[in-house]
Design a protein around this ligand. Structure first.
Ligand SMILES: NC(=O)C1=CN([C@@H]2O[C@H](COP(=O)(O)OP(=O)(O)OC[C@H]3O[C@@H](n4cnc5c(N)ncnc54)[C@H](O)[C@@H]3O)[C@@H](O)[C@H]2O)C=CC1
Ligand SMILES: O=C([O-])CC(=O)C(=O)O
Length: 322
């Protein structure tokens, strides 16, 4: 069987890490694309030269022309700019919106059948713009954020309880910003919901509140440490999990920025909800019951995302006509 082709639009910190992880997992041949000349070619060659050491077979190509992505099964988009300390993700909106318009046109022309995973921030608004610019079916265009935010939540919880990360499940829904919604009720240690663990005295509500807060600020914590950019190892690992579920038809249930057209009472908006990812893309949107404070927090987060989408519509009104 021929190998899948995986195109990475943007060959910066996340793009390079994605290429390496995809190679190590032998998920397919990789095309690194970037507007910076030499960078995708250099990273492709460097990773290819590591393959005999680690024993993986995959082709790595660097390119500055969209033709190179022709026929890709999966396209992962990180093109654009990351934030620096003192900035919010939303500050990137107008500059990265222009990038999404170019990238959407390139994917539409050369890889219209691909499964597209957007990572560029501000995530929910950028994946909305990318879907409009590419004109591709919404089931095949998703945003990566919830897997990362949930992984951070899981890691902090495993550390708190001093248990394996494998035994911690967590769901973070809503937009990928300060208003994201870590769902305590649906997060567990070996199937035991967190509120029950407070009841039996394994942790306190105050500690849980601190962990929820740290999760919400997980991106900024890394930006403030790195100073020159933002997180890239965990974001790349999260997008690879999504790509793998599509390519291997694993049907994983993952929190993903998906297009809502009536689900959760929301229309024409991308926001983080649990979905099943399989060979058809988003195969199901799981509508869990959100009540009380969780619903309030989710609605607030959706409102914040819709504000950013409205800003995109003002800056690039022609996106709606595509
Ligand atoms: N959704 C999420 O959970 C996360 C999102 N991000 C976002 O991902 C994006 C990428 O982050 P990094 O890889 O760290 O940034 P980076 O700056 O290392 O890489 C971005 C790359 O995009 C390229 N680029 C810029 N304009 C382009 C265009 N028009 N066409 C093609 N390539 C273009 C640049 O040359 C650069 O190589 C940022 O917007 C960042 O905020 C970062 C972490 C997590
Ligand atoms: O915080 C940022 O700018 C990058 C990001 O989205 C994250 O790491 O969650």
């Amino acid at each position: 069987m021929a190998r899948d082709k995986i195109a990475l639009i943007g060959s910066g910190q996340i793009g390079g890490t994605l290429a390496h992880m995809i190679g190590l997992k032998e998920l397919g041949d990789v095309v690194l694309f970037d507007i910076a000349e030499g960078v995708p070619q250099g990273k492709a060659l460097d990773i290819a030269e590591s393959s005999p050491v680690d024993g993986f077979d995959a082709k790595f190509t660097g390119a500055n022309s969209y033709e190179a992505i022709e026929g890709a099964s999966v396209v992962i988009v990180t093109a654009g700019v990351p934030r620096k300390p003192g900035m919010s993700r939303d500050d990137l909106l107008s500059i990265n919106l222009k990038v999404m318009e170019q990238v959407g046109a390139g994917i539409k022309k050369y890889a219209p059948d691909a499964f597209v995973i957007c990572i560029t921030n501000p995530l929910d608004a950028m994946v909305w713009a990318l879907q409009k610019a590419s004109g591709m079916p919404a089931k095949k265009v998703v945003g990566m954020a919830g897997v990362l935010d949930s992984a951070r939540f899981r890691y902090f919880l495993a550390d708190e309880f001093n248990v394996s990360v494998e035994d911690v499940t967590a769901f973070v829904l809503g937009g990928h910003g300060d208003t994201m919604v870590p769902l305590v009720k649906y997060s567990t240690v070996a199937g035991i919901p967190l509120p029950d663990l407070v009841k039996i005295g394994w942790t306190s509500q105050a500690r849980l509140d601190e962990i929820v807060d740290r999760t919400r600020n997980g991106g900024a914590e890394i930006v403030n440490l790195l100073k020159t950019g933002s997180a890239f190892y965990a974001p790349a690992a999260s997008a690879v999990a999504m790509a793998e579920s599509y390519l291997r038809d694993k049907k994983r249930v993952l929190p993903v920025a998906a297009y809502l057209n009536g689900e959760y009472g929301i229309k024409d908006t991308y926001v983080g909800v649990p979905v099943v990812i399989g060979a058809k893309g988003v195969e199901r949107i799981v509508e869990i019951e959100l009540a009380g404070k969780d619903r309030e927090a989710f609605d607030k987060s959706v409102g914040a995302v819709q504000g950013l989408i409205d800003a995109c519509k003002k800056i690039a009104p022609d996106l709606l006509g595509r």
